[in-house]
Design a protein around this ligand. Structure first.
Ligand code: OXD
Ligand code: MN
Length: 584
């Protein structure tokens, strides 16, 4: 409990509306964790796994209609519709509060309301922000314990201030017709009802650390981004820090925990964050980044000792698994696991499953939640209150064609344009069709808490605030040949691309100037140990002018949506690209 009057008033208000049987103030202690695990197991929300092989690990099964973020039910509720912009769903704040309070009214009857105080960002950092979430889901509390710094640390950080994000969450009846995830950036408030799924219900994550934080960042002069953070150590011992924005389920977690190939001796990758970065200009004019989160909420399928040994090591204990398959011996399995398919299992819905089933055993968006501290590649700098200085920003996406393996922007403005034109094939992390190309600027389409055009303007304005901005690159690990086979081996070999990125940051690294930006020469990426033919490497780095001219039209259609709010810098870059492509 706290003596902070604003917090007490707010908790009382929401309790009056939701009508819980009791209110529990969480303290983040071990004893509390044990108590909550017991409650969750008793209620059937968690299934204990084999505690000898997977100590502290549990399985949660979601309602089958509640397994991914629901973007069509996610709203930005600000006074002016234009301030939300054409890429967000908008609702007037009064309507949002009205509509949701009707659903929330009495929604916690007979349930316990948990009050979770948490800090996003390292303790004692002026990057950090306090949030308070109330929820009627024990599963959410147990996740928030890992994803945030929870308990007394938040009360200390907050003091008597009323500057905290107010997060109200109720599972309601899990009916998608009564599901809303509403953000009120002007009130620093989030109301989410009708879903227990991570991205909709762990309000610290997408809701606060991206949608609300991006709005705060605009007003306070910093950036909240959907980015991983890594430190790459080269054989000379220097560590270069890199951020990377990729749409959901494009391998951010794998890249953030990359293990160098054996042929790249002396290289090492340190993990700082796998999903979100907050970036501020430091006194030295560079951009400094922290990961506001304290855990990983990663996509499980495809995770194995081959693809991500660090994640595999991290998730052997104290991990919550959501929507994976359960083997008869009390361990878990998913598509892409090290072990072959089990002869029998219970699938993610708890139904008997055998390998002959047409359906997947684990849901494609099944997840693990695990504390960052358990990751063997975690950087010693991950909680540095001043963050780490960023030398390069990557914008990456999933594209079978056109986009080269890597290329570099010629300036910050051009880099902002590369981010603004990011597009990717959709994945199972969101409800809807999979594999369709959609524009996803800076991988923030679903996460920007205000008008995307103003957000680009904010990006462009960083040039006035910072004297040493990072170099910007586009990457694409997902190119395929005519037969649908991947052209690039990916995983550890992605370090070859990072090596070139680092060389470019240091002023070397061979490149050719092309209409789209600086593209590496094949020899700057390939080495004799790389199992990719010269011909394939050339294809991966080729700039297809015809394809780009079509892409240019597609970009123009997208930009037209923003009408006169589109910043001049973005328009200029688009026109300059058109000129360069048409030049012979
Ligand atoms: C996530 C997402 O969960 O982007 O990180 O969907
Ligand atoms: Mn994400």
């Amino acid at each position: 409990m706290t003596t902070n009057a604003s917090v007490r008033r707010w908790v009382k208000e929401v309790a009056r509306m939701c009508g819980p049987a009791d209110v529990v103030w969480c303290d983040g202690s071990e004893a509390e964790r044990e108590r909550l695990l017991e409650v969750a197991v008793r209620a059937g929300d968690l299934i204990p796994l084999d505690q000898r092989r997977l100590p502290g690990c549990y399985l949660h099964r979601s309602d089958p209609n509640d397994v991914a973020r629901t973007e069509h039910l996610t709203f930005i509720c600000c006074r002016e519709r234009d301030d939300a912009g054409p890429t967000n769903h908008w609702m007037a704040p009064a309507e949002g509060y009205d509509r949701l309070s009707k659903i929330l009214s009495g929604s916690m009857e007979g349930r316990t309301m948990y009050v979770i105080p948490f800090v996003m960002g390292p303790p004692d950092s002026n990057f950090s922000k306090v949030g308070i979430q109330v929820t009627d889901s024990v599963y959410v509390v147990l996740n928030m314990r890992m994803m945030t710094r929870m308990g007394a640390v938040a009360w200390e950080h907050l003091g008597t201030s009323d500057a905290f994000t107010r997060g109200l969450h109720s599972k309601g009846d899990l009916n998608a017709d009564r599901r809303y995830i509403c953000h009120f950036p002007e009130d620093n408030t989030i109301w989410s009802v009708g879903s227990g799924y991570g991205g909709n219900a762990l309000l610290s994550k997408k809701c606060m650390s991206l949608r609300i934080a991006s709005y705060m960042g605009r007003h306070e002069g910093w950036l909240a981004e959907h980015m991983l953070i890594i430190g790459v150590e080269s054989p000379d011992g220097e560590v270069t820090y890199i951020c990377g924005a990729f749409p959901s389920a494009c391998g951010k977690t794998n890249l953030s925990m990359l293990v160098p190939p054996t042929s790249m001796k002396g290289w090492r990758v340190y993990t700082l964050g796998d999903d979100i970065a907050w970036l501020r200009v430091g006194p030295d004019g560079r951009l400094w980044a922290v990961n506001p989160e304290a855990g990983f909420f990663g996509v499980v399928p495809g995770t194995s000792s081959k693809t991500n040994p660090n994640a595999m090591a991290a998730i052997q204990r104290n991990t919550l698994y959501t929507n994976v398959a359960l083997r008869p011996d009390g361990t878990v399995w998913w598509e892409g696991h090290d072990d072959p398919p089990p002869r029998t299992a219970l699938d993610w819905r708890g139904r008997p499953w055998t390998p002959s089933h047409d359906e997947l055993a684990a849901h494609p968006n099944s997840r693990f939640t695990t504390p960052a501290r358990q990751c063997p590649s975690l950087s010693p700098e991950w909680e540095n209150p001043t963050g780490v200085p960023i030398s390069a920003i990557l914008f990456g996406s999933r594209r079978q064609k056109l986009l080269p393996l890597v290329y570099q922007a010629s300036s910050w403005q051009h880099g902002t344009f590369l981010g603004a034109t990011l597009a990717s094939e959709t994945t199972a992390a969101i409800t809807g069709a999979v594999g369709v190309v959609r524009r996803d600027p800076m991988a923030m389409l679903a996460f920007c808490g205000y008008n995307m055009a103003d957000y680009w303007a904010h990006w462009l304005s960083m040039e006035k605030r910072a004297s040493h901005l990072p170099k910007v690159f586009r990457v694409n690990w997902f190119r395929r040949d005519e037969k649908g086979r991947f052209l690039w081996p990916g995983f550890g070999e992605n370090l070859r691309v990072l090596k070139w990125v680092i060389e470019r940051c240091r002023g070397d690294g061979e490149a050719e100037e092309t209409p789209i930006g600086y593209v590496p020469t094949p020899s700057a990426i390939g080495g004799k140990e790389l199992d990719v033919s010269k011909h394939v490497l050339e294809e991966l780095l080729r700039v297809d002018r015809e394809g780009w001219l079509t892409n240019l039209r597609n970009q123009a259609e997208f930009f037209a949506k923003f009408e006169d709010r589109l910043p001049a810098g973005i328009r200029e870059e688009h026109e300059a690209l058109a000129r360069r492509l048409k030049m012979k």
